[in-house]
Design a protein around this ligand. Structure first.
Ligand code: ZN
Ligand code: ZN
Ligand code: ZN
Length: 148
């Protein structure tokens, strides 16, 4: 009878391409995809998503590690070079200034390796120094201030 075949069969929507397809419930339920291609593609997509989240998580873990490492290096540098601004003695916002360096966007690896060439300065005085540094005379004046 025609309605018997109707109840045995079911329309499903393919989870991959959204196409409606007909499944024979005699062959089993739980078919999610209209074709082998779609089920293959879905498996690939799931795999891609999984590796993607893994990479994301891993990247975060790596940056956490780098942050931790930087923190440790900073503590080390503060111990080696000093934790006080050589001008005002504050311990806040300490930066490391390479005394004879020119451009000094340097890494902590570099600072720790050459720590003898660095002095600790607060953000304010460091900025002041670099402003003064453009003016040679004033810079020397400031350098003399640091001498004792
Ligand atoms: Zn499909
Ligand atoms: Zn200062
Ligand atoms: Zn500097």
């Amino acid at each position: 009878m025609w309605y018997k075949t109707l109840t045995k069969n079911s329309w499903e929507v393919c989870k991959q391409c959204g196409k409606r397809f007909f499944i024979d419930l005699n062959e089993g339920t739980g078919i999610k995809y209209c074709s082998k291609e779609c089920s293959k593609k879905a498996r690939k997509d799931a795999q891609y998503k999984a590796t993607n989240t893994w990479h994301k998580r891993n990247r975060k873990r790596l940056s956490d590690y780098q942050k931790r490492r930087k923190k440790m290096q900073r503590i080390k540098a503060l111990k080696l070079i000093g934790n006080k601004c050589i001008v005002c003695n504050t311990t806040k916002n300490i930066l490391f200034h390479e005394v004879y360096g020119k451009l000094h966007t340097v890494t902590y690896d570099y600072i720790l390796k050459n720590y003898k060439d660095f002095v600790s300065m607060c953000k304010y005085h460091h900025q002041t120094l670099h402003t003064f540094a453009k003016n040679r005379e004033k810079y020397l004046e400031l350098e003399n201030m640091f001498a004792d």
